[in-house]
Write a protein that binds this ligand. Sequence first.
Ligand code: NAD
Length: 441
Amino acid sequence: MKIAVIGTGYVGLVQGACLADTGNDVVCMDIDRRKISLLRRGKIPIYEPGLEEVVRRNVKEGRLTFVTSLASAARKSDVIFLCLPTPPSDDGAADVTRVLQVTKRIRGLLNGHKIIVSKSTVPVGTVDRIRQLLRGAAYPVDVVSNPEFLKEGSALQDSMHPDRIVIGSRSPRAVEVLRELYEPFVRTGNPIVVMDERSAEMTKYAANCMLATKISFMNDLANLCDRLGVDIEMVRRGIASDPRIGKQFLFAGVGFGGSCFPKDVKALLKTGESAGYQLRLMRAVDQVNETQKRVLVAKLVEHFRGRVRGRRIAVWGLSFKPLTDDVREAPALVIIQDLLQMGAQVVVHDPAAMTTARKILGRRVKYCRNAYDAVKGADALVVVTEWNEFRRPDFVRLKKLMRHSAIFDGRNIFEPAEMSKMGFVYHGIGRRVEATGGSKE
Ligand code: NAD
C-alpha cells in the first residue's frame, strides 16, 4: 500500500518504519529540513532502541523515503497518517492547529480517494472537525481516529507488537484498509478494536490518564508513608500481585513527565470544562504531580538545613524516563532549576539526554560524560531517572569520590538498609530508612 506519514517525530518515524518493514511503500514528510536531511543520510534524530536498524533496512530496500514536500507525500499515497504535534495551549487545551492546517492543505492536493488517519492525540471531536474541513472536496476522503499507544524507549517494540490497535471509524472501507495494514502486527491475537471516532479519541486520553492516576496515587501515598514511617516499596509489593490493581505504574517517584501524560491530563481537564463537567479526580492527579516534582528538593533542603548555596549537587538522569533522550516536561528540569535558584552548583550526567537537555539548561550546569565524574566532590547525589546503569553502581567508589555521602533517590532504586550499612545518608520517596528491607521480590 502507498502510505504518507506527516510529521516524522517519535510517533511518525516509528509508524513509518514499521509500515515499511511489512512491505508498504512509505514516504515520511516533515517541515523540519534538518531532520529530513539527517534521515536521508541514514541518521536517526531521536534515541529509540532498535529504530536505526529498521529505518536503514527499509531505506536501503527503497520502501522508506523522506521528503519535506507535503504535496509529493500526499499525492503519492492512498493512506495519510497525521502524526503531528498537539502541544498544550496556554489554557491547557490540546492545540490542534497543525492537524487542521495540514488537513486544509491536503484538501487542495487531493488527486483521488484517500484515507486520512489521525494518530496525533486529539480532543474528542477533532476528527469531526477534520471531516468538516474536507466536506465538498474534489475527491472523497475517509477520516479515521487511530490513537497511538507506544511508549518512548520501547516505541519500536510496542509498534511491532501492540497490545491492541484502536480504529475509530464508521467507514467499512477505511476499517478494512487499516485492518489490512495492522494485521501483520497482531498475529499473536492481540485485538483490533473498532469503534466510532469520538470513542477512539477518548480511549487515548482514558489510557494515559488512567496510568497518570496510578502514578499520582502512589506518589500521594508515598508522601504519607514518609510521615508515618511506612515503606512505600513494601506497600507496592503488597498490592502489585493483585491482578485487579496490576503490577505496572505503581512506583513512587518524582512525578511523571514527558510529552504525553502531563499534557493529556491537562487537555482532558479542559475537555471536561468545555463540556460543563469538572473532572475532579484528574485535577487532583495533576496537582499531586506538580507538587511531587519538588518533594526531593524539599528533602535536600531539609537535609542541608536550608544551606544549599554553593553546594555541589550531582544529578543522575535528565530524560523523563530511561531509554529516551526526551526531556520534555522532565522532572529533572524542575529539580535542577530549583537547585540552581538556591545557588547550588549542579553537575549532571545522562546516558542519552545531555544534548537535548543542553538546549534548555545551556551552560548553567556542568555536563559529565561519565556518572562517576559527576559525583566527584559532590555534597549530594540526586537520582532522577532510573537508567539501568544507575541501579548498581560501585558504591565504594561513589563514597570515595563524594565529599559528603548523601543520596536522594528520586526513583527508589536503592535499598535504604543497604545504603545505611554502606555509610550513606539515604533519602528515598516514601522509604522507611531504618527498614530491614523485608523480603525481596
Ligand atoms: P514530535 O514532536 O516528536 O514529532 C512531530 C513532528 O511533526 C516533528 O518532527 C515536527 O517537525 C513535525 N511537524 C510539525 N508541524 C508540521 C507540519 N505542519 N507538517 C509536517 N510536519 C510537521 O511529536 P510526537 O511525540 O511524535 O507526537 C505526535 C503526536 O502523537 C502528538 O499528538 C502526541 O501527543 C502523540 N503521541 C505521542 C507519543 C509519544 O510517546 N511521543 C505516544 C502516543 C501519542
